[in-house]
Design a protein around this ligand. Sequence first.
Ligand code: FMN
Length: 174
Amino acid sequence: MKKIGVFYWPKGGNVEYCAKMMVSKLGNFNTELYSLDSIKNLDLPYYDLVIVGGSTAGADIWQNADDNNLWFDFYARLEGAHLNGKPVAFFGLGDQVLYPDHFVDGMAIMKNEFDRIGAKIIGYWPTNGYDFTGSASLEGDKFIGLALDEDQQPELTGQRIEQWISQILKEAGF
Ligand SMILES: Cc1cc2nc3c(=O)[nH]c(=O)nc-3n(C[C@H](O)[C@H](O)[C@H](O)COP(=O)(O)O)c2cc1C
């Protein structure tokens, strides 16, 4: 059976809630869920599809390598890996009303890191239904992953996740 790995950070908030919702909607698949602090041996090539999720909490938090930001450690562990075109999909939590110029910026950082190691990025998502003025996570007229806004549009999260999952499964050849 094909294997899916879902990796997320931080714990205890919207990202974790959405990561768990994804896993529950992937019920028929062999899916493993890891918060970044629970990864022992990171072996991304083991999975047929990798899903990575996080939030945007401002440049300060992304750039400070403190105990609460395990992304740096995660990316350091990717060094030297090569995914050879393995499908990787991102989801990002943000708040389009409070941060309209930087909505879900964090996904852009993820994409840079995974581009470097030869991932095939899938799961691009249309911007219809969101109201924001800028995002580093846009390519053309699409987000580079699934944008979720639990602060302003929690009622849309479930259907967005469902739709996105069927999209990425198709794109990943499941
Ligand atoms: C200090 C701080 C800065 C934030 N900056 C942004 C931002 O630049 N862009 C954005 O879309 N959301 C931003 N947000 C909103 C969070 O990404 C959003 O609330 C998210 O759901 C939090 O996920 P969590 O509960 O898993 O931490 C910020 C939130 C905080 C507290």
